[in-house]
Ligand binder design. Structure first.
Ligand SMILES: Cc1cc2nc3c(=O)[nH]c(=O)nc-3n(C[C@H](O)[C@H](O)[C@H](O)COP(=O)(O)O)c2cc1C
Length: 184
């Protein structure tokens, strides 16, 4: 049974005290997210990137976003070396790229699938949105590096997003209700 089917048919179990990593994964796995690729260029000019679901918008004015990476990833190291990074928010047809950037090792940057931000950081061609950032703050929280980036350039297009829930990819269908007003 897929996680989304299960959520409509089962009851909540007893509370788990002091949740383990697996418990945390199960609990937060119920939170549907989009999927993005974070990219950075290291001091030697090599490209690095990783699939993420931890992307969040933090501040609108000034524009600041946040993401979290496991300790010790090459992407996190490159991001700190260069002091810059970019994010590409993936569309529903880009699951293959999400999978490629989630597997350790191997060539991730294939010709023709990437283009550059104004500052020359690789981004996924045809993504739903792309943003270039300068590293604003870095915090170590638990077993993750949390990076805040000030957005220096961005663009987006219409299209269906790639979604992620309980370890599975899918897409998103809205209810067709009236759009909420823009508020902040
Ligand atoms: C949908 C999805 C979302 C992910 N989100 C994150 C994330 O937010 N932070 C993270 O550190 N890893 C995340 N991962 C795992 C990384 O993509 C993966 O561990 C990493 O790319 C491994 O490569 P590297 O350590 O060689 O750079 C996610 C994987 C998938 C499939």
């Amino acid at each position: 049974m897929s996680p989304s089917e299960a959520s409509t048919t089962s009851r909540l179990g007893p509370w788990t005290s002091e949740p383990t990593g697996l418990d945390m994964r199960n609990t937060m796995g119920r939170y549907l997210t989009g999927v993005a690729v974070v990219t950075a260029v290291d001091a030697a000019g090599a490209h690095h990137g990783s699939t993420i679901s931890s992307l969040q918008s933090i501040s609108l004015e000034p524009p600041i976003l946040m993401l979290a990476l496991n300790f010790g990833t090459r992407t996190g190291a490159a991001l700190q070396e260069g002091g810059r990074f970019a994010i590409s928010i993936l569309g529903a047809k880009q699951e293959a790229i999400a999978r490629r950037f989630a597997v350790r090792g191997g060539e991730r940057f294939a010709d023709g699938e990437f283009e550059g931000t104004p500052g020359g950081i690789p981004v996924v061609e045809g993504a739903l949105a792309q943003a270039e950032c300068v590293l604003h703050e870095h915090h170590v929280i638990g077993d993750h590096d949390v990076f805040f980036g000030r957005v220096t350039a961005s663009r987006d297009r219409l299209g269906g997003p790639l979604a992620f829930l309980g370890g599975r990819f899918g897409d998103f269908r809205d209810f067709g209700h009236e759009e909420l007003p823009w508020w902040f």
